[in-house]
Design a protein around this ligand. Structure first.
Ligand code: HEM
Length: 225
């Protein structure tokens, strides 16, 4: 047990925590986008999908129980991801004060800056997004259990749609850099696989960003109403 704790507190341990929670969070974002594609199948299918998630494993977990288990796991993953990110940043800043590795500074600074500030922006986006589409606190005409109508009404407000579209820029960059370094931590770190790693990271980021941007665009152009 002490060994596991020591690994967890080491640099590589923190990178493993970032990578494993990253796999979970990337999985969620891809599955969430894919689930939201039900918007194109119409109101009945989309609302039925929401109902399905609420009632999944209901005999065992109770009404809405599955969603609460998933929320708890996601929240723990986000907390561990942020904690490790902060600790690793502090560690690398302390190492930089010693003043070495000048050659790679520019590229790694760009990536880590975009990860850090992109991460802060994403955390704020997720809070606003939950108040918007899950609790309805900042939604003009929120209805419980009616995700189709909520998404359509939400994106009919042009500046809300624009904000969601803009939020996909930091999400895309975070997914790209994150998937790339997650695959590296998890062992795909060989010159032969490096170009493949970049391609996989780019594909994940593009699929999620294009899919997510399509929803506000479809509402604004009247494709979904
Ligand atoms: C345009 C893109 C998106 C659309 C249309 C969308 C739509 C929705 C809807 C309708 C809900 C509420 C579901 C319900 O309560 O029935 C929801 C919840 C949620 N979304 Fe999104 N979403 C989008 C992008 C994102 C992104 C990029 C993230 C994360 C980075 C995200 C994270 C979440 C989370 C964490 C919840 C709360 C789930 C819960 O606790 O019930 N969403 N989304």
């Amino acid at each position: 047990m002490r060994r596991v704790f020591r690994l967890y507190e080491s640099t590589i341990g923190k990178k493993i925590v970032m990578a494993v929670t990253g796999v979970l969070l990337v999985g969620f974002v891809v599955a969430h986008m894919a689930g939201n594609l039900k918007m194109y199948a119409g109101q009945e299918k989309m609302d039925h999908y929401g109902e399905f998630l609420r009632e999944f494993a209901a005999p065992v977990l109770g009404h809405g129980g599955f969603l609460w288990v998933a929320r708890a796991i996601l929240l723990l993953a986000v907390a561990a991801h942020i904690r490790s990110a902060i600790l690793l940043t502090r560690q690398s800043q302390a190492a930089r004060d010693v003043g070495y590795k000048v050659t790679t500074r520019r590229e790694s600074n760009y990536a880590s800056l975009s990860m850090r500030w992109g991460g802060v922006f994403l955390a704020a986006f997720i809070v606003l997004h939950i108040l918007h589409f899950t609790t309805g606190h900042i939604h003009p005409t929120f209805e419980h259990g009616a995700p189709y109508a909520n998404v359509v009404a939400g994106f009919t407000v042009w500046w809300t749609a624009a904000l969601y579209i803009l939020a996909m820029i930091p999400l895309g960059l975070h997914l790209y850099h994150g998937t790339w370094s997650m695959l590296q931590t998890l062992g795909a770190n060989h010159p032969r696989y490096n170009h493949l790693r970049r391609k996989i990271a780019l594909a994940v980021a593009l699929i999620v960003v294009v899919g997510n941007i399509s929803f506000p665009v479809a509402v604004l152009t009247g494709l979904i109403k």
